[in-house]
Design a protein around this ligand. Sequence first.
Ligand code: LLP
Length: 413
Amino acid sequence: MSGFTFRDGQLTCDGAAVAAIARETGTPVYIYSAALIREAHAALDAAFAGYRHTIHFAMKANSTLAILRLLRGLGTGADANSGGEIEAALRAGFEPRQIVFTGVGKTRDELDHAVALGVKAINIESDSEADRIDALARARGVRARVALRVNPDIDANTHAHISTGQRFNKFGVPIEFAAPLLRRLAGKPGLDVVGLHVHLGSQMLDVEPLGSAAWALAVLTREVRDAGLRLEHLDLGGGLGIGYDGAAHGDPVAYAAAVLPAMRPTGLHLILEPGRFLAAPAGILVGRVADTKAYPGSPRFVILDTGMTELIRPMLYEAYHRIVAVAPREGPTEQYEIVGPLCETSDTLGHNRELGPVEVDDLVAVLDAGAYGFVMASNYNRRRMPAEVLVDEGRWRVIRKRQSYGDLFRNEE
Ligand code: LLP
């Protein structure tokens, strides 16, 4: 039985009882299903099977080493967004040639490290960055493999905070300046322009904008083909969304149908950088009820031992995550505000949620928290980063220990 399902009135993960795990690890704890990661990967990979492609997992969604190793074992590459993510990729066993390095505002040190490693592609964000990479590569006597990130000015129809491909966004080079820049870069002795890159935004359930972005790259490819560039790949970024409300996830088959007609005439290798689609449904955040209160004229509150320090998505994007009791009690349901322990009113994981009777010490799970969950956690209020557990074939293990107080103060005077 894969994924998060109720058995005998108890939430289980790939057959393992969530309550039993949480009893041993304590809470808050992230619990991941290896089976769900494999299933999501297989679905995406199968949808694109008719075309040469590589899936580079967007590590920003989840860079816990055990998760990265699992994905590497499935044959993915990595999409790193910082020096730290490159380091995580290497520690997880990825070869430099399996890493694409993206990111607005890469520092000179980060760029130099990527040049020295010889990553598969550094995705260039601007004219100025291209010149810096060229200089760094020449200083090392090498040619850096680069791809140009274009900003196609396409609306991703998603939350403004996670939309990246419009003219007013900080990402990439506006598409009309891409061809002249590519021609200029073709003459640079420190650069090998091997690809074009686009990333429109995240949590996209409508695949049409992803198709438009693919066409934009295909048209640009045709335009610059004769400029002496040796393009190898088109990197379409990530963005496929999931059904946070329990509805269907983004459809990999529809995604492939939207982008492959644009890809085929180019003949270039396709790179995808999915993060959320692979990891989000595979993880839950489990907390314990620390307190409850219900006074006339105020909402009923369920106060958990977990909140915005472990999962900030609801507060930052008004994101909806389903919240369930790990062992639901029999009885009438009520509307609750499900809140965390932090000193912020915004520390609310769920508004107006219908739950059965809830008592102090009950376990509660926030679903679809496997992407942009742990990676966005913080130590606000001097809270310790939570533990993480991976369930694989019915067996579970701690893949990251909860921070200790020692960890919390380690780097201070
Ligand atoms: N490639 C690039 C260049 C990206 O910037 C991103 C995400 C991805 C790939 C992966 O996108 P995905 O497949 O996961 O949609 N913290 C936000 C999401 C920020 C996404 C940033 N970039 C959230 O929790 O919704």
